[in-house]
Write a protein that binds this ligand. Structure first.
Ligand code: FES
Length: 177
């Protein structure tokens, strides 16, 4: 994985001939940004809007660290051209909490202490939120299936699964024989 500072500058810097105004709705706020429309959404979020919840991990759509919600569906911002986010509701980790406090999935991750280095947590949480929005009471197999393409190198999978179960109000699974 590359470090957080490794993401290309993206939309920041001098205007180029391929720039155009791209209109985005992120966490309920409207933005008009002059960028090349092929710029990856992750770079615009992090570099232009200083939303650093989504992380730069592989940059290839494989690790899930950059996950955001597009109209409520989990999407990998590191491979998504920003033009494809126009006209859609973009939600980042920063958009989950409200004036009443953390989102229930965030709260469950805190209560289960489901972090070691924490780099994967953005993707784990955003993917879990997307799952529980369409399936509030997933089975153990459905939770594992939803998270199977989100990588955690520290190995906190047990706590992460426990946190999603807690957010879903699901009981602990029976121990395997
Ligand atoms: Fe790995 Fe986007 S950074 S999937």
């Amino acid at each position: 994985m590359m470090g957080e500072g490794s993401a290309p500058a993206g939309a920041t810097g001098a205007a180029g001939p391929r720039d155009r105004i791209v209109r985005l709705r992120v966490n309920g706020e409207e933005h008009a940004l002059r960028v090349p429309p092929e710029t990856r959404l992750l770079y615009v979020l992090r570099n232009d809007l200083t939303l650093n919840g989504p992380k730069f991990g592989c940059g290839l759509g494989e690790c899930g660290a950059c996950t955001v919600l597009l109209d409520g569906v989990a999407a990998r911002a590191c491979i998504l051209p920003v033009r494809l986010a126009e006209g859609r509701a973009v939600t980042t980790l920063e958009g989950l909490a409200d004036e009443t406090g953390l989102h229930p999935v965030q709260q469950a991750f805190v209560e289960e202490q489901a972090a070691q280095c924490g780099y994967c947590l953005n993707g784990m949480i955003m993917t879990a939120v997307a799952l529980l929005d369409i399936n509030p009471h997933p089975t153990e197999a459905q939770i594992r299936d939803a998270l199977r393409y989100n990588l955690c190198r520290c190995g906190t999978h047990i706590e992460i699964l426990r946190a999603v179960r807690r957010a879903a109000g699901a009981p602990e699974p029976e121990p395997r024989a």
